[in-house]
Write a protein that binds this ligand. Structure first.
Ligand code: FAD
Length: 331
């Protein structure tokens, strides 16, 4: 049972989700008597390949074309579909990033096969791929079983598995091919590229996240959230309630319709713990909740809790952290 992992990268650096999926695919393929291949579509095979060492990847299938350098749906899907038809892997795993979600669905359509979108867990049972995915706002978890011969396309959320980190050892063997892209594949042109504010919010890969919800009372109090996050070397997250209210931009949103995160430390400040918020952060290693309502649902999943006013507790925590670092008192 052969697995492919579509490589997600940025300017030649693989995203952690690529390693997460390669390592999980290697476990499953190992048990099911198959091998793992990485599919590199950006034409940066040489830069990428060394970064795949030590992850159990047997080979990198590098599809080259200047048209693939930057993600565009049609050329990427056409190039990937041709490669899948040529090699017939049983499973194609795609990181469920913004582009990856679109790509996976389009690839499944192009190959006229099924898809499990946005999985949080994958397994193999009796030679069949099983994918779990939350539905109805995280209230239920579906298990999807692929029937037929495949290929089974499955997009998997970042942080569904832990990042094994950069590996050592030999890089996978390279199988290079040229993409044959006709005019039909090139129906759109990228005229420019503008990074938005969201580009600098790397919530998904942060080890520490301090998130603010409606309980912080006022958008200006995100300053105290930012100060605590800065002291801890972390990033700022938010509930949907405050994103919808315009207190902070959408790239900060954690939850079912925001980012899925798995930091070492997640501090939820003035967040009630609605199921849709929990869907995006409940697998964090340590969860600390700060809420004035002792009955708030967030405390059910928190490892540590402060019952009290966030507007007093957060600045106090920041002050204590600064004192411990010997940096003096906060402003
Ligand atoms: P509230 O529920 O209003 O909670 C505020 C909390 O702050 C309360 O627990 C209160 O006790 C506490 N508080 C008040 N004052 C203080 C104080 N001074 N100090 C300390 N604590 C205080 N939500 C998400 O977060 N992410 C999503 O991705 C998401 N997706 C959704 C998708 C769908 C389809 C739907 C229907 C909803 C979604 N939601 C999502 C919304 C979700 O249901 C909740 O409405 C939202 O998470 C609530 O945000 P909150 O906890 O900030 O606000």
């Amino acid at each position: 049972m052969d697995f492919w992992v579509v490589v997600a990268e940025e300017h030649g650096t693989v995203k952690p989700v690529t390693r997460e999926l390669c390592a999980r695919a290697a476990e499953l393929a190992g048990a099911a008597g198959g091998k793992v291949s990485a599919l590199v579509l950006s034409g940066r095979g040489e830069e990428i390949n060394q970064q795949l060492a030590g992850l159990g990847v047997a080979q990198s299938i590098c599809v080259n074309s200047p048209e693939l350098r930057r993600y565009r749906t049609r050329p990427w899907v056409d190039a990937a579909a041709a490669a899948v038809r040529a090699h017939s892997p049983k499973v194609v795993l795609v990181p469920a990033t913004t582009n990856g979600r679109e790509f996976a669905a389009s690839l499944a359509a192009a190959l006229d096969t099924g898809i499990a979108a946005d999985a949080t867990e994958i397994a193999v049972d009796g030679g069949k791929l099983l994918a779990k995915r939350p539905v109805y706002g995280g209230r239920l978890v579906d298990t999807i079983e692929f029937t037929g011969d495949g290929p089974c396309i499955c997009s998997v959320r970042p942080k569904a598995y832990s990042d094994p980190g950069a590996g050592a050892g030999d890089a996978p063997a390279v199988v290079a091919t040229e993409a044959a892209l006709g005019p039909d594949s090139l129906d759109a042109e990228i005229l420019g590229f503008a990074a938005n504010e969201g580009e600098s919010v790397n919530l998904v890969d942060a080890d520490v996240i301090v998130s603010g919800g409606r309980g912080i009372q006022d958008p200006k109090n995100f300053e105290m959230i930012q100060q605590l996050a800065t002291e801890l070397g972390g990033a700022v997250g938010a509930s949907r309630a405050v994103v919808d209210a315009g207190w902070i931009p959408y790239p900060h949103q954690v939850g079912q319709t925001g980012k899925t995160v798995r930091p070492k430390l997640y501090i939820a400040v003035g967040i009630s713990g609605a199921i849709q918020h929990l869907a995006g952060m409940k697998t964090s290693e340590t969860i600390v909740a700060i809420n004035k309502d002792a009955a708030a649902p967030i405390f059910k999943i928190a490892n540590w809790g402060f019952v009290g006013d966030a507007l007093q507790i957060v600045p106090l925590l920041t002050k204590k952290l600064r004192e411990r670092k010997g940096a003096g008192s906060p402003a």
